[in-house]
Unconditional design. Structure first.
Length: 714
């Protein structure tokens, strides 16, 4: 979204603050600024008055020979604009001036006549694409007055404004800048409505219309000022005509889309569904569906709510009486309609952000001020019920890790439009309507407002002080053992499946998989089935979650080709004891299966596939983890490779019986066939060991193994 710095200055004094500082602070506090463009290519333009205008006597082109007063002298100028005439005020580029594109104006001789300047069109001034005629300025301007086209156009990343509907206009952004730089926010100039005048009848027929305001102004004969045209153009909207420009101007200024209807085509307004076909302002034929929301005049559709107006009520060249709309529509309804017809407009982009329904009144008063005249405002909708949120000060400071100056906190919140009441223990905040839609809803949102206006860069990074607790590494150890010792590959599957369970997904994105699983074996069997064809011997495992109907559990599922190998592995890992034939599962062989404390194991039923599978409830097999005491003295590691034809569990039991005060820890390091390599950590908590002591520990380990028929590999 493009924003004019000059426009922002209408609402907040930014004098003395450089553009780089504005970009930096706004990006840090509010939203990301993608970049900015300095508009300084057009200069040396003044208000000029065409004194005489005569058709070129010999040229076969539509040229006019002019004399133009620049406030200091009368200049000869040759002009090719068809709308030039004596008496009009023009944007005059004097000799030495620069126009759009950086071109400098010099003295020239055109078609045999001197031309000492240029009467400029929108294109030359860089404020539009119309080069077919020159701009006619307001007759109230003083001849010779310099016209300033300098500005800085800031581009804000739209994605960072998705949840901030209040920032889709200059006024909302100015509010942020006022708080950031401690400046006062100025209110827009508005006109008050007159209740004694007739009101436009309005009726809301659909819940998708949150509020609707309408008013009629007769006899409008205004003209878009050069400043209005310039600001619209710099922000990406081509100026068209005053009645169109003024609605766009209010939208870019306040973030509230408005729309003007030719009053000759408007009777009683209703907002609801319609039937038949509809032609948009872009001459697009739309087939009406029941989901679309329309603005209707005496029951006839005249606009697609929040998206685009209709051809049958558009502002025409002779339109002077206008019915203006300022309304708020449901964000989802607008988004669906815009997508259905393939039209995205500046209005729909804003409505999709969940606009403040109460902004209608301010936008209406601003619009009335700009067009002039008198009108009565008919507004239908639900008044905003202020929402209050309480924040505990101790929680706030503990959450942020800093102490706040609550006078500054109150000032910043009040500057943003909140109404804070700060007591000794808490902050009670009343949320303004423009922050209550899709934005500030809870304590975390208020904390964010406090912290970001305090300044993230003002928070000094401090390491948190936390209680040191032992980490349960059992799950990681199991994974590493399965992978490194037994050669299994880890897989990951979805937590939902086809078999009905007590928990069903309403909108599953995988067709046919609508239930949260209550067991993992079916999932891992699907993986095995898909991979067995290409890879043969599959050895896989997964640590995942299931829903039992009462609670969520973390489980381990293992699949391999050999039932006995899998059973031996479970004994080795967990020391389980089996009850044969007790697992009543359709995917397991009716006899070749077993249960144990914490799970099931069995041969896969032939109708399902082949191989063996097991499922274990992690918490039922996880053993208590003891915290290893740390020593400040050097430690030594000793590696021993023992030859053993049995399983590792037997070796483990042997060395669990070895008691030696200098053995701090030991673990399995490697397995190769019948060779098991163990690593022992040797040390002391009160001294550095001598070589003789380490040798004694080495001999004790070897001797203990020999007594239990575990011999070192030769």
């Amino acid at each position: 979204m493009k924003v004019s710095l000059n426009w922002l200055k209408d609402f907040v004094d930014l004098d003395g603050i450089g553009i780089e500082e504005i970009v930096s602070r706004f990006s840090l506090v509010t939203a990301e600024i993608e970049g900015y463009e300095v508009k300084d290519k057009v200069s040396g333009i003044v208000v000029g008055e065409v004194m005489t205008c005569e058709k070129h006597p010999t040229s076969n082109k539509p040229l006019s020979v002019l004399t133009v007063n620049n406030g200091k002298e009368i200049l000869p100028i040759v002009c090719g604009a068809p709308n030039v005439r004596a008496g009009m005020l023009v944007a005059l580029a004097n000799v030495g001036a620069r126009v759009s594109g950086g071109f400098e104006i010099g003295k020239a001789k055109l078609a045999g006549y001197d031309s000492h300047g240029m009467c400029c069109s929108e294109t030359e001034l860089g404020i539009g694409s119309d080069s077919g005629g020159i701009i006619e300025l307001d007759a109230k301007l003083k001849v010779g007055t310099s016209l300033d086209f300098s500005d800085v156009v800031i581009e804000i990343d739209n994605k960072s404004l998705t949840n901030r509907p209040d920032l889709w206009g200059h006024y909302g952004i100015a509010r942020e800048l006022a708080v950031i730089f401690g400046r006062k926010l100025k209110l827009p100039k508005t006109a008050k409505f007159v209740d004694t005048l007739p009101k436009v009848p309005v009726k809301i027929e659909s819940k998708d219309c949150l509020s609707y305001g309408a008013f009629r102004v007769n006899g409008i004969k205004g003209k878009s000022s050069l400043e209005m045209q310039k600001r619209l153009a710099y922000c990406g909207i081509n100026p068209k005509s005053f009645l169109v420009d003024v609605t766009n101007y209010v939208m870019l200024e306040l973030g509230q889309p408005t729309h003007g209807f030719d009053a000759r085509d408007i009777g009683k307004i209703s907002v609801g569904n319609a039937a038949g076909e509809f032609t948009t302002l872009q001459n697009q034929e739309v087939k009406v569906t029941p989901e679309m929301l329309f603005i209707k005049s005496d029951g006839k559709p005249v606009a697609l709510a929040g998206v685009i107006g209709g051809k049958n009520s558009e502002i025409k060249g002779d339109t002077t009486d206008v019915v203006f709309e300022v309304a708020t529509f449901d964000a989802v309804s607008v988004r669906k309609t815009a997508a259905a017809i393939g039209v995205r407009t500046d209005s729909s982009n804003r409505y999709e952000k969940s606009l403040d329904p109460m902004l209608n009144k301010l936008a209406g008063e601003r619009l009335l001020y700009l067009v002039g005249g008198k009108a009565a405002f008919n507004w239908v909708g639900k008044e905003y019920s202020p929402k209050t949120i309480k924040v505990d000060k101790k929680y706030l400071e503990r959450f942020c890790g800093i102490k706040f100056d609550y006078r500054k906190v109150e000032k910043n919140l009040r500057g943003l439009g909140f109404e804070p009441v700060i007591s000794e223990k808490e902050i009670t905040v009343t949320v303004p309507s423009w922050r209550a839609t899709k934005d500030v809803t809870g304590v975390a949102d208020i904390i964010e407002e406090i912290v970001r206006t305090f300044g993230y860069d003002n928070i000094k990074p401090v390491p948190p002080t936390v209680e040191l607790k032992p980490v349960n590494r059992v799950r990681c150890d199991i994974k590493e053992t399965l992978a490194n010792k037994y050669g299994f590959d880890e897989v990951h599957t979805y937590i939902w499946g086809k078999e009905p369970t007590s928990l069903k997904l309403v909108n599953s994105f995988i067709k046919g998989s609508e239930y949260i699983r209550n067991e993992m074996i079916p999932s891992i069997l699907e993986v095995a089935k898909k991979n067995t064809k290409n890879f043969g011997d599959i050895r896989i495992f997964e640590v995942g979650r299931v829903w039992t109907g009462k609670e969520e559990q973390r489980r381990l599922a293992i699949y391999c080709g050999d039932y006995k190998e899998l059973a031996d592995m479970l004994v080795d890992l967990f020391g389980v004891e089996f009850e044969i034939g007790k697992a009543d599962k359709s995917y397991l062989h009716p006899k070749n299966n077993a249960t144990f404390n914490g799970g099931v194991i069995g041969v896969v039923h032939p109708s399902v596939g082949s191989g063996a599978v097991a499922e274990i409830v992690m918490r039922d097999v996880v053993r208590k983890i003891e915290v290893t005491r740390m020593s400040k003295y050097p430690r030594t590691t000793l590696d021993f490779t023992f030859v053993h034809k049995g399983i590792y569990q037997e070796i483990k039991r042997v060395f669990e019986g070895l008691k030696n005060s200098l053995i701090m820890d030991w673990k399995l390091k490697d397995v190769y066939g019948e060779n098991y390599t163990l690593t022992f950590t040797v040390g002391s908590y009160d001294r550095t060991l001598e070589g003789a002591e380490i040798d004694a520990v080495w001999s004790a380990i070897v001797e203990h193994g020999r007594k239990n028929e575990l011999f070192l590999k030769e």
